[in-house]
Design a protein around this ligand. Structure first.
Ligand code: NAI
Length: 286
């Protein structure tokens, strides 16, 4: 039974994961190497819970109880009596490997080590530990408290027992798990990113304007948002990075990133976060 969890990385995703775990009644450490990041994460959780109370989706008492289950952490030693660690640090293999190696030496024998990576190989991360059968991918979607899907990714050596425990936990968190094997892009990004890339090719080749491509997919396919708007939200650098992972991982030219996508990233037009991507936005601070 998973009762105590440590979430490593208190950024956008880590804070959301910690929130849904605490809301589901688990004891949660929210860990980051930076104290400010932990405080910022807890503040953003406080704001979201406050909004849930205002909207009548939660009582003030439930909000307080949820917050009491969240403990700030700046030492990985706090994982010493945890049943599960969910890692959500930056998307860099070396950083993740170092975190997993350290956790392998700290956590109890039975503990499962999960990663929220969106593109890195679970099998490779698992191989840095002495418990590859207890390492698994748990890929939440952004924003975590809202999005229902969790891709559960088995590394080559992940055990069935580990898979079942994490699948069960995802349901306890109110999510819908899908079972995925460890290949580049998993399922969601393998399908989404080539669609976004193709939308960019359509603009690059002069087939249609940015607005008309988005309108086609919104009104013609009933997508809530056009692919180019979505790309701007995700960040064009992230889209390019994931296309490169697919291109390299499958060695197949069908995944080649569009030259226009590369050019926008070179220009620093990364989408909403920089004020300009396929659309223009008011610059956000921070
Ligand atoms: P972020 O940049 O908002 O947060 C990362 C946090 O990790 C930062 O607070 C940083 O201080 C901390 N950190 C870095 N190295 C650390 C270490 N060694 N020990 C402890 N903390 C450390 O990043 P974000 O967006 O939350 O992404 C985190 C992970 O989730 C990445 O693997 C990313 O690919 C994945 N992901 C991101 C999604 C998104 O839409 N942003 C969606 C699904 C997965």
């Amino acid at each position: 039974m998973i009762k105590k969890v440590l979430v490593v990385g208190a950024g956008q995703m880590g804070a959301g994961i910690a929130q849904v775990c605490a809301q589901a009644g688990l004891e949660v450490f929210l860990h980051d190497q930076k104290e400010e990041a932990v405080q910022k994460g807890l503040q953003s959780i406080g704001k979201l819970l406050g909004r849930a109370v205002e909207k009548g989706r939660m009582t003030e008492g439930e909000k307080i109880a949820t917050q009491q289950r969240l403990t700030p952490s700046t030492s990985l030693q706090d994982a010493a009596d945890c049943d599960l660690v969910i890692e959500a640090v930056v998307e860099k293999m070396e950083v993740k490997k170092a975190v997993f190696q350290e956790l392998d030496g700290i956590t109890p024998k039975h503990a499962i080590l999960a990663t929220n990576t969106s593109s890195l190989a679970i099998t490779e991360i698992a191989a840095t530990t002495k418990r590859p059968d207890q390492v698994i991918g748990m890929h939440f979607m952004n924003p975590v408290p809202v999005m229902k899907l969790v891709e559960i990714i088995r590394g080559l050596q992940t055990s069935e027992e580990t898979f079942k425990e994490i699948e069960e936990l995802a349901k306890v968190l109110g999510k819908v798990p899908v079972s995925v094997e460890d290949y580049p892009g998993f399922v969601s990004n393998r399908i989404l990113m080539p669609m976004i890339n193709e939308a960019i090719f359509t603009v690059y080749e002069g087939v249609a304007t940015v607005e008309d491509v988005d309108t086609s997919m919104k009104l013609g396919m009933n997508h809530p948002m056009g692919p180019l708007t979505l790309a701007d939200f995700i960040g064009l650098d992230t889209c390019l990075y994931i296309m490169e992972v697919l291109h390299e991982g499958f060695a197949d030219s069908k995944y080649r990133p569009c030259p226009l996508l590369k050019q926008y990233v070179q220009a620093g037009w990364l989408g909403k976060k920089t004020g300009r991507g396929f659309y223009q936005y008011e610059k956000t601070t921070g």
